[in-house]
Design a protein around this ligand. Structure first.
Ligand SMILES: C=CC1=C(C)c2cc3[nH]c(cc4nc(cc5[nH]c(cc1n2)c(C)c5CCC(=O)O)C(CCC(=O)O)=C4C)c(C)c3C=C
Ligand SMILES: [Fe+2]
Ligand SMILES: [Fe+2]
Length: 322
């Protein structure tokens, strides 16, 4: 039997210091994410970053946590798996988190126990980066190393310009703008950043990002002056991919742009990085510099076009298996 596993990054169990500490510890111990030599990183992580960031991040997570559904990333990943299950009634569909719960390891074990001997893994990152996509396969293969009956595996390749993905982003964007009640003067297309050094060492992420942007801009028919592609979420002091989202927002506001839509095509579900970082922190930067309206674009979430797109992307890769 074939099984489908969505692999998502993960989110803390609770928006508290105790929820964040183990989540950040696992995340920031990943050598794919942090390439600083261990003897330098470990004292810094345990002596400074974890004690301070756990509390600060918990406060941010509290701002996005829903009393009913908890973490938006968890809520929409659960929905995505449930809706995909309807597309593939004969294929068990599960999700596993690379960091935190439910883990990739538990999801893989349950699938094997239920008779899965062919596994299709869908990393929830359209643009490949070693920090996300390779970390997702590390989690998957690490889980399989613990198993006796290892299924045959196919990993869905990056889908940064897959027509179904581009179409889902465009449809979701049009629907979101239609509900706004105002017309954006400028669109900032913001992707999560990575350190410049990782790109220089061969991470193809920036190339994938540009390919996504080109495909979207072409589909939307936007003129060159209507959009700017940026990178957000810099962590630490080293230079990351540029231009930084907040710098661009500030410059736009100072240039007299009043209404901005921030499109977030690299995030397949609403999360801290989209709702809080862009919707609160970047909005403040923009308003402070003279802007009037900033909308943090809704992610693909459970939009029917995205669920169909995921099904198509999976079918393309799972030919003969599903
Ligand atoms: C420290 C380095 C980091 C790199 C490199 C990085 C790359 C990267 N991240 C995402 C998507 C997400 N990141 C999320 C949380 C998160 N990311 C980092 C750091 C790096 N990310 C941290 C420390 C955290 C934890 C939150 C915080 O303290 O800021 C999330 C989850 C958000 C949620 O709602 O739970 C996502 C999603 C991408 C796509 C990416 C590189 C391409
Ligand atoms: Fe991140
Ligand atoms: Fe981040």
């Amino acid at each position: 039997m074939t099984g489908l596993l969505l692999v998502q990054l993960g989110t803390p169990d609770a928006p508290t210091y105790r929820g964040l500490f183990p989540y950040l510890r696992q995340f920031l111990s990943d050598r794919r994410v942090i390439e600083v030599p261990r003897p330098v990183w470990v004292p810094l992580l345990y002596g400074f970053i974890l004690p301070f960031r756990s509390g600060a991040s918990a406060a941010k997570y509290r701002r996005i946590w829903s009393p009913d559904t908890g973490s938006p990333l968890m809520h929409y990943t659960t929905r995505q798996a449930a809706l995909l299950q309807e597309h593939f009634p004969d294929t068990p569909v599960r999700f596993g988190m690379m960091v935190g719960n439910p883990s990739v390891r538990d999801a893989v074990r349950q699938m094997i126990e239920s008779g899965v001997d062919r596994l299709v893994a869908l990393p929830m990152f359209p643009q490949y980066s070693a920090t996300t996509s390779a970390s997702a396969t590390d989690a998957l293969f690490g889980a399989l190393m613990k198993e006796r009956r290892v299924p045959a595996v196919r990993v869905v390749p990056p889908y940064y310009d897959h027509p179904a993905y581009v179409d889902a982003v465009v449809t979701n964007l049009r629907d979101d703008i239609a509900g706004l009640g105002w017309e954006p003067e400028h669109v900032v297309i913001s992707f999560h950043g990575i350190p410049q050094k990782y790109a220089q060492k061969g991470d193809p992420y920036a190339t994938h990002v540009v390919r996504t942007t080109q495909a979207l801009v072409k589909r939307m028919g936007w003129s060159r002056s209507y959009w700017t592609q940026t990178y957000q979420s810099r962590f630490g002091k080293s230079p990351w991919l540029k231009p930084y989202t907040d710098d661009v927002l500030e410059r736009l506001a100072k240039r007299g742009v009043r209404r901005v839509y921030v499109l977030l095509p690299g995030f397949t579900a609403d999360c801290l990085e989209t709702i809080d970082e862009i919707g609160h922190e970047s909005r403040e930067v923009f308003l402070h510099a003279g802007g009037e309206m900033l909308h943090n674009g809704r992610c693909l979430n459970d939009h029917p076009r995205w669920i169909e797109a995921m099904a198509r992307i999976v079918r393309d890769e799972a030919a003969g298996w599903m």
